[in-house]
Design a protein around this ligand. Structure first.
Ligand SMILES: [Zn+2]
Length: 354
């Protein structure tokens, strides 16, 4: 997982024994009792850490592997597993955190949901995050890609782990959501606002019977179940122009038809320079999906060249509704029941499937 990019230098400390592998070469590994070199920086033709320096192949990559129970710190932040420091041709550094899947999930669950939620909701999140990660990696087999702190999910590292989230990962070890023996691309979102969305409505190429809209009455206590947003005409025009849509000064906004989940599909913008119709998905992307929280909304002019959007839910709405999962867990539903509600027709199995 890529945790740092394009750094001119970095500080690494390990609080106990560790192994150093210059060039990623196991035969060149050295074991040291404590790693307190502090500054690691690129040199003209390699890498330098304290008084040690490497050039050539060994100078392009340095792996730091904590042993025993040692913990590694990068720029003061704790990480699980090993760090690989890569020197690129431009002479800056990239750092990858080599962390096993089950450990990675502990940092995901604690970041994605509130670790104080009922255990069944945390377990459901752990299973969904595991399935999503394995499926994303599977889909990219043979391609170069990095799991990052933000992709495919938020990851907080060791300092963000919480005991109950860790417990949820351990209690569900290896469990995944499958349909017909295949991993489901288990999308999830913060709060659906009353009904989840068909995957195809957001990503036309994703066709899965497990990702179809279901009514959800369990997320009503979520902070963003209902929301409103005021936007000026100028700001709207600017956001649209960023996406290549230019209709001049805005005079009207008309919402297009709603799909079966109640979400607006298109928005027609009318300006002094013409009119254009954009998808609601695009409008959310242009305005910021954390501002225009969902496409389940209405819009009204409010004078002073402003528009008031009012809506339900936060996120694309596909798959598991995180606040709904918490509501279902409060109603004593198990993780399996929660998952089979949001991903209809699926099974919870152990991966790799035997
Ligand atoms: Zn919901």
């Amino acid at each position: 997982m890529r945790v740092l990019d394009d750094a001119p230098s970095l500080r690494v400390t390990v609080n106990g024994p560790c192994r150093l592998l210059p060039g990623g070469d196991r035969t060149a590994a050295t074991t040291i009792q404590k790693f307190r070199w502090g500054l690691i920086q690129p040199t003209r033709d390699g890498l330098q850490a304290g008084r040690s320096a490497w050039t050539g192949r060994a100078g392009r990559q340095l792996q730091v592997v904590p042993t025993d129970d040692s913990v590694i710190f990068l720029n003061g932040v704790r990480y699980r597993g090993a760090l690989t420091i890569l020197r690129n041709n431009a002479g800056s550094l990239q750092v990858n955190n080599d962390v096993p899947l089950e450990q990675y999930l502990k940092g995901v669950v604690s970041r994605e949901v509130d670790a104080r939620w009922p255990m069944a909701a945390l377990e459901a999140q752990a299973i969904v995050a595991r399935t999503f990660t394995i499926r994303q990696v599977q889909d990219r087999a043979g391609q170069a890609f990095d799991v990052t702190m933000r992709w495919p999910q938020l990851y907080g590292g060791l300092q963000d782990e919480r005991p109950r989230a860790t417990q949820a990962v351990e209690r569900t070890r290896g469990l995944v959501v499958t349909a017909g023996g295949r991993l489901v691309l288990t999308y999830y979102h913060t709060v659906c606002g009353g009904r989840t969305e068909d995957a195809e409505a957001v990503w036309p190429s994703v066709k899965s019977p497990a990702l179809r809209s279901v009514e959800c009455i369990y997320c009503r206590r979520a902070p963003h179940y209902r929301w409103s947003l005021a936007v000026s005409s100028e700001e709207l025009a600017q956001a649209l122009a960023g996406g290549g849509v230019d209709v001049g000064p805005l005079t009207d906004l008309q919402l297009g038809p709603r799909n079966r989940s109640g979400r607006v599909t298109t928005v027609t913008v009318i300006g002094l320079g013409g009119a254009a119709t954009v998808s609601a998905v695009q409008l959310r992307a242009e305005l910021g999906s954390n501002r225009l929280r969902s496409a389940n909304c209405t819009v009204q002019p409010s004078g002073n060249d402003r528009w008031i959007f009012e809506g339900f839910g936060w996120g694309h709405g596909v798959g598991l509704c995180q606040w709904g999962a918490s509501g279902l867990a409060q109603r004593r539903q198990t993780a399996q029941q929660i998952l089979q509600f949001y991903y209809p027709g699926t099974e919870i199995t152990t991966w790799p499937a035997s």
